[in-house]
Design a protein around this ligand. Structure first.
Ligand SMILES: Cc1cc2nc3c(=O)[nH]c(=O)nc-3n(C[C@H](O)[C@H](O)[C@H](O)COP(=O)(O)OP(=O)(O)OC[C@H]3O[C@@H](n4cnc5c(N)ncnc54)[C@H](O)[C@@H]3O)c2cc1C
Ligand code: SF4
Length: 561
């Protein structure tokens, strides 16, 4: 039988794989998406409307099963009784960590990847971010600047549908927004106080979220049911399943092959190109090969790097496209968990309706206009203002019918700030192949070596102080600052390990996400990141993916690939 050669192979069908599939098929390429996980049928698999009384464990989950099969995944606050099926089985997908360096690797393995369970917060980077490495002499300089990616932010925002408020901030560029969601009354009080007491420095805006506030491209507006990380039958939030994969399928050029666990890439020394992909069938365990003219690696930051590390050849004994020796290095994740919470007196006659799937955002203000003496870079706050409800039961004194009655009434208005800080690129934070441990399909597992530096710890401390300051300015009572001790990984913004750069000697990818060592190989998930900014990263991955697809197809047409 002649071997079929696809125009393009995309590995992974999550946020970035979905975008690669859409862009490549819409540009006319016959594209094969290889996805390790199972197919998802929204009608059967989405569970956002399952009420708590229909859940066997009343939303507590089967803790014995979690401890056995998902000891790492259950650390993610979004995992619960009915959506745990969208997170990996840790027994089948093991990894190891260096001694005293915990790393929580939260993953989704199904068609759609983590786009089903993501938090949808979507922010642009600015040149404050793209120039930071060069300015401070850290890592490598980004080979691109804001103007290179700005049209692609426009492009992906226009398709995905991002709701938000334009604010004109240089450090957080505005996007092409759908109407913003409304703030609650405690949020409005705090927003006004921040504007009054920190003018020109701090401000608060509504979260910029990949959730539709009006019908958009055949998808319905959100009806505020709340638990988006359970799926969304009205397709009101952006996911591969709701948006990009249907667009790719509509071209008639897409083949999606679930249960296709990519083992490694096939490299041809003569042409210095990747010619195909080795796959273990997830169900039959058969070893298969697929061939393509170009390959997009979108298996998620660490999985893509694992595939490259496992693709050794005589030229690349330490992993494909690794002539720089940088593959696996400079692993980053945002440091999260400095903040404060407080009670906002008044407005007891008001209550919010619906479950707004979004919060507020305080854009970065440290090291924007003035230099901070204790740390580099900065952080932003997410959070929200809400009326306390049942959860205050544990704080209330009382007993009997009167106590039960109190619990049926809403409590006071509260306000939370929760910080997300930039992580510096550090070559000592790295992933390598574990020499002994293998996954369910016999593929070597990763060993992750990663720890926070003093800079990330200093950011966390500062978050708790500035959050409390803003609450105090708003007249909040019972202010409780906090600094959590979350290990790297748990923010689920892992990135780096196959960084972009100008120089093949110090980076894996060039300014178009193209491997320096194999020009028909593109890595456009978070592995490509040369620094981390402090904003949620996925919108930037989407824009980089669409941009790289455009470059790849143009290069193919010119006969360069
Ligand atoms: C609870 C939660 C909240 C989040 N909130 C936000 C947020 O608010 N904003 C934000 O920007 N980001 C957020 N993220 C992060 C976001 O989900 C990721 O950045 C994003 O999904 C990365 O896209 P990706 O395509 O690289 O990977 P994924 O979406 O994880 O997709 C990777 C795909 O590759 C497949 N795959 C892996 N290995 C192989 C293999 N060997 N062979 C074949 N296929 C493979 C996987 O099965 C998966 O389908 C959140 C994540 C979680 C879990
Ligand atoms: S809150 Fe909105 S986006 Fe989330 S699942 Fe419900 S309808 Fe979908």
């Amino acid at each position: 039988m002649p071997v079929k050669t696809y125009d393009a192979i995309v590995i992974g069908s999550g946020i970035t794989g979905g975008w690669a599939a859409k862009e490549l098929t819409e540009k006319g390429l016959e594209t094969l998406v290889l996805e390790a996980g199972r197919p998802i049928e929204p009608n059967k698999d989405y569970v956002e409307h399952v009420p708590v009384w229909q859940k066997k464990f009343r939303d507590m989950g089967d803790r014995n099963r979690f401890n056995r099969e998902q000891p790492v995944q259950q650390k993610c606050g979004a995992l619960d009784e009915v959506n745990s099926k969208f997170f990996v089985n840790d027994q089948q997908n093991p990894y190891t960590t260096a001694v005293n360096k915990p790393f929580l690797w939260i993953r989704g393995r199904q068609v759609g990847g983590r786009s089903i369970i993501w938090g949808r917060q979507s922010y642009r980077w600015s040149d404050l971010d793209f120039e930071a490495n060069q300015r401070e002499g850290l890592g490598v300089d980004w080979p691109i600047r804001y103007q290179d990616i700005a049209p692609w932010y426009d492009y992906v925002e226009d398709f995905a549908g991002i709701s938000g408020q334009a604010e004109g901030l240089p450090q957080l560029p505005d996007g092409k927004f759908l109407p913003p969601m409304e703030m609650t009354c405690s949020e409005l009080i705090v927003k006004d106080a921040i504007a009054k007491y920190f003018p020109g420095e701090r401000m608060m805006t509504i979260g910029r979220s990949a959730v539709l506030t009006r019908p958009h491209r055949g998808r319905a507006a959100c009806h505020y049911c709340g638990p988006c990380d359970h799926g969304c039958i009205t397709k009101s939030y952006f996911s591969s399943l709701n948006s990009t994969l249907p667009a790719a399928l509509a071209t008639g050029k897409l083949t999606i092959r679930p249960h296709s666990v990519v083992h490694s890439l096939i490299y041809d020394s003569a042409s210095r190109k990747v010619t195909g992909v080795r796959v273990i069938d997830g169900q039959s365990r058969a070893a298969l090969e697929f061939h393509g003219r170009i390959v997009f690696l979108n298996a998620s930051t660490l999985e893509s790097t694992r595939i490259l590390l496992n693709s050794t050849t005589p030229e690349f004994p330490n992993g494909l496209a690794n002539s720089s020796g940088q593959l696996g290095h400079n692993l980053m994740d945002h440091t999260m968990g400095g903040g404060a919470t407080g009670r906002i007196p008044g407005n007891e006659d008001k209550i919010s309706t619906g479950r707004r799937p979004n919060g507020i955002y305080v854009p970065r203000f440290r090291n924007v206009k003035t230099k901070h003496p204790n740390f580099l870079r900065g952080y932003g706050f997410q959070g929200g203002g809400y009326r306390q409800w049942w959860e205050r039961g544990s704080d209330l004194a009382g007993f009997g019918p009167e106590f039960k009655h109190t619990l049926t009434r809403p409590g006071p208005w509260m306000m939370d700030f929760y910080g997300f800080g930039e992580c510096l690129p550090n070559p000592d934070n790295f992933a390598e192949l574990d020499k002994e441990v293998k996954d369910e399909w016999g593929i070597p597992a990763l060993k992750i070596n990663c720890a926070w530096s003093d800079n990330e710890r200093a950011l966390l401390k500062d978050m708790s102080i500035t959050a409390a300051e803003m609450l105090a300015a708003a007249g909040a009572r019972d202010i409780m600052p906090f600094v959590e001790d979350n290990p790297p990984g748990l923010t689920i913004h892992e990135m780096g390990t196959a960084r972009m750069g100008r120089d093949p000697k110090t980076s894996v990818l060039n300014g178009n996400n193209q491997a320096h060592d194999a020009k028909n190989l593109f890595v456009t998930d978070g592995a490509c990141m040369a620094s981390s900014s402090c904003v949620n990263p996925s919108l930037t991955y989407m824009a980089l993916t669409a941009r790289a697809c455009d470059f790849a197809v143009a290069s193919m047409k010119k006969g360069e690939l």
